[in-house]
Design a protein around this ligand. Structure first.
Ligand code: AKB
Length: 315
């Protein structure tokens, strides 16, 4: 099968690990990594890399044609906390990059698009627990509004133009290879770095703020699986709920304490508390499980072990 993939936003938290995984499946030369900046980590040096502005249609099209790209993974976005500081910049980036890729697919220059949505599509009026696939969605953040709008456009392009676009609503993702970039769930990564470095952490979310979370390997598995299944299996063309774990700062701190008994946590909630409070605590992802066989593997205990094991040598 002639598959050539372009990853836009490859230097980010998900993009880095997605590039590595896709290169191990399809071969390094078939996976073109790109980002607005050069890769400073060296993690993407085993294959082609292009500096690319996702908002520049001509530049994206040029790379699509030059490399004969079939699939695009659009991972560039401004996340929830940063987007509250730069609303128009976030809106412009999150929407124009999506339209660039959807229009390339509409014009048959690429076959398939992966675009990530988020639990941020939900808002304060959404049921907080067991959040259904289809429910009230009144997001109260700039990022959430852009993701919900993006979902509507994905479904529209599928119905109107037959675009094969696939999407999941990621929860907070936990990883150690790269740092997250400006989200509300970032505390759940930062806590591990600070635990290894200082044995204490000041949380910007309150002790009992429970949010949906997932270990990065599960998120990458979901992403490659939804892109590999036959298109008939994909029954939802907006975005699928995707769930694994839910925990609060005090629960993750307790897990860390089982490895580092002297670890201390204190709480100083900031503007991100209101964002977290507007999101569900756990969501129902039965549609993903039934339609394309999604299954998560990693527990809170396992991810805590992996994170501490990999970060302890760093400090
Ligand atoms: C964020 O916190 O903004 C992201 C997300 C849940 O989409 N991690």
């Amino acid at each position: 099968m002639k598959k050539r993939v372009l990853i836009i936003g490859a230097c980010g938290q998900i993009g880095t690990e997605l590039t590595t995984r896709l290169r191990s499946i399809y071969g390094s030369q078939k996976i073109i990594a790109s980002d607005i900046v050069e890769d400073s980590t060296g993690l993407l040096s085993d294959g082609p890399f292009e500096v690319l502005d996702a908002m520049d249609y001509d530049a994206v099209q040029d790379i699509v044609i030059r490399y004969e790209i079939t699939d695009v993974y659009l991972m560039a976005a401004m996340l929830s906390a940063t987007a509250e500081k730069f609303p128009m910049k976030a809106w412009n980036l999150n929407m124009s990059s999506l339209f660039n890729v959807l229009n390339l697919a509409r014009d048959k220059k690429i076959d398939t698009v992966f675009w990530p949505s988020s639990i941020a599509v939900f808002g304060p009026t959404t049921p907080k627990t067991g959040t259904p696939q289809r429910t009230i969605m009144e997001p109260s953040t700039v990022y959430g509004i852009s993701k919900q709008t993006g979902e509507r456009w994905c479904e529209y392009y599928h119905q109107k133009y037959g675009v094969d676009v696939r999407s999941v609503r990621y929860p907070g993702l936990i990883s150690y290879k790269t740092l997250p970039g400006g989200g509300t769930t970032d505390y759940a990564i930062d806590i591990f770095h600070k635990a290894c470095k200082h044995k204490k952490y000041v949380s910007f979310l309150g002790a009992k703020t429970t949010l949906p979370m997932m270990y990065i390997d599960d998120a990458i598995n979901a992403t490659t699986t939804i892109m590999e299944v036959d298109k008939e299996a994909i029954k939802i063309r907006s975005s699928y709920n995707l769930s694994a774990l839910s925990f609060s700062p005090e629960e993750i701190a307790a897990q860390i304490r089982s490895h580092i008994p002297e670890f201390e946590i204190s709480y100083e909630p900031d503007f991100r508390q209101a964002i977290a409070d507007s999101w569900p605590q756990n969501i129902d992802d039965n549609n993903a499980r039934e339609d394309w066989g999604w299954k998560h593997k990693f527990s809170l205990e396992q991810l805590t072990e992996i994170m501490l094991e990999n970060l302890k040598g760093k400090y």
